[in-house]
Design a protein around this ligand. Structure first.
Ligand SMILES: *Cc1c(COP(=O)(O)O)cnc(C)c1O
Ligand SMILES: *[C@@H]1O[C@H](CO)[C@@H](O)[C@H](O)[C@H]1NC(C)=O
Length: 454
């Protein structure tokens, strides 16, 4: 039991840190609410289950507890009250700021003079450059040069829209190349991939995941006639899967991680039924920075003929390079049998501007279910590959510029530095009250404390 509880505790510790960091304005409400709810539930769980030693029984009890806890009127209202407090605080925070915020267009425009006011506003923001881990991924002494290069690339293409590919052919090419270069990093040229890897750029990890889930749902409907879709994820998988489940009417089954904080393959197998459309593995997961057993999950998905999405949002631009540098990196990409789709964020360790990510599929057969065609519109036949209609060509150009300017060497050098920094941060476990959660595979190190958080 002790280790189960520490997992909760440490989960808290990590999110606490994130939440504080982000509190200013960067992250949504969700990050603030998650630790609060977990705190309440974890505390109750701890006292309730401290006597149970058997692991299977424990998992069942925890499941039961999670369901029933919401039914207890006292607990529910307590959670609601805590949630409300956070919401109120956020609301009042922004209200006080709003006093001098504009609510109308200025009668006479400021013209170019407005840029000065913008510079002022920017200077008043917190000094985040190189200081907000997990928020802005571009740091270090060379960051100035990299930022200005990307800014120039973006501004050059600021008014382009790849919805109209015949007009903006340059952007169309950039996008295709960003997708192809990323696919290459993730095994597209390896024989085992089947040689048909394809994909599209999206606005971020969440959109990539939403699209992969929607595509898997529709592919499984076609392939197996599944009309009441379910998906199975580890508790450590990103909240975007919860969002996808809500958006696309998919039943979500969340399975606790194993002792090593990895997706529990056996437990996931037990949840597979005839409505299962997909399972998910993270490489690594956001909470602990640990890579799930991708090969085993791939085997499982393959044997049931269901989809398997690998979340490489965080790892896609680190793992291929870390492996080249000699770090022991388990299999994670399209060379693994059973992987049907992958998401990876260029706007994280790809060091591209915010709003850039990539979703990739094993083949065109699967990917075609991503596209949406609207045929009955009076505006004409409308076919759109991603969620957006019009899209910012500037960001595509920015991502292309980031990848082309850095090249293999640039990413290798960056990866070497952040891997070394992570190993240094891991030494924090020498502080007697801290411990590391599991064995971090990459550049996210989650700490726990043996002391209760109060
Ligand atoms: C960041 C992240 C996401 C979501 O990406 P956004 O770009 O914030 O939408 C999903 N999964 C993992 C593992 C991530 O690190
Ligand atoms: C998506 O991929 C298709 C097929 O390769 C391509 O025609 C299209 O331009 C891409 N679109 C986007 C938005 O990435």
């Amino acid at each position: 039991m002790e280790d189960y509880f520490s997992s909760f505790n440490s989960f808290l510790a990590r999110f606490r840190v994130s939440a504080n960091l982000f509190l200013s304005q960067f992250e949504p409400l969700a990050l603030l609410l998650a630790p609060l709810l977990t705190l309440v539930i974890a505390g109750a769980l701890h006292s309730l289950l401290s006597v149970v030693h058997d692991k299977g029984l424990k998992a069942t009890l925890i499941g039961l507890f999670m369901t029933s806890v919401k039914l207890i009127p006292g607990i529910k209202s307590y959670i609601d009250a805590e949630k409300q407090k956070v919401v109120d605080k956020l609301q009042s925070g922004s209200k006080s700021k709003r006093e001098d915020w504009r609510a109308e267009l200025p009668t006479t425009g400021f013209g170019a003079g407005i840029l000065e006011e913008m510079k002022d506003a920017k200077n008043k923001d917190v000094d985040w450059q190189g200081k907000c881990s997990g928020t802005v991924y571009i740091g270090g002494s060379e960051s100035e040069g990299h930022f200005s290069l990307i800014n120039e690339a973006c501004s050059m293409f600021a008014h382009t829209n790849p919805l109209h590919l015949h007009v903006f052919q340059s952007v169309g090419r950039f996008e295709a190349e960003v997708v192809a270069m990323t696919a290459d990093l993730l095994g597209s040229k390896d024989k085992a991939s089947g040689g048909q890897i394809c994909g599209n750029m999206t606005s971020g990890g969440t959109e990539s995941i939403l699209l992969a889930v929607k595509t898997s749902r529709d592919y499984m409907k076609m392939k197996k006639g599944i009309t009441k879709p379910e998906m199975i994820i580890a508790e450590s998988a990103h909240s975007a899967y919860g969002k996808a489940a809500q958006y696309f009417n998919i039943k979500l089954r969340r399975v606790p991680v194993n002792k090593e904080f990895k997706a529990d393959v056996k437990a996931i197998r037990q949840h597979i039924n005839r409505n299962t459309i997909m399972i998910v593995g993270s490489a690594p997961g956001f909470p602990h920075g640990i890579i799930d057993p991708i090969e085993e999950l791939g085997k499982l998905a393959d044997s049931y003929g269901i989809c398997f999405h690998v979340d490489l949002c965080l790892g896609g631009f680190v793992l291929p390079f870390a492996r080249k540098l000699g770090y022991p990196i388990p299999p994670f990409d399209f060379t693994v049998k059973g992987v049907t789709s992958v998401s990876t964020d260029v706007h994280k360790y790809g060091l591209a501007p915010k709003g850039t990510s990539i979703v990739l599929y094993r083949n065109h057969e699967i990917r075609k279910h991503q596209f949406v065609a609207v045929t009955e519109w009076s505006g004409g036949l409308y076919v759109s590959p991603t969620m957006a209609g019009s899209r910012p060509g500037a960001l595509i150009a920015g991502a292309w510029a980031a990848m082309m300017s850095l090249g293999q060497q640039g990413y290798l050098e960056n990866t070497r530095k952040i891997m070394e920094a992570s190993k240094m941060i891991e030494k924090g476990k020498e502080i007697s009250e801290l411990f590391i959660i599991g064995k971090p595979d990459m550049t996210v190190v989650a700490f726990g404390s043996s002391r209760h958080l109060k």
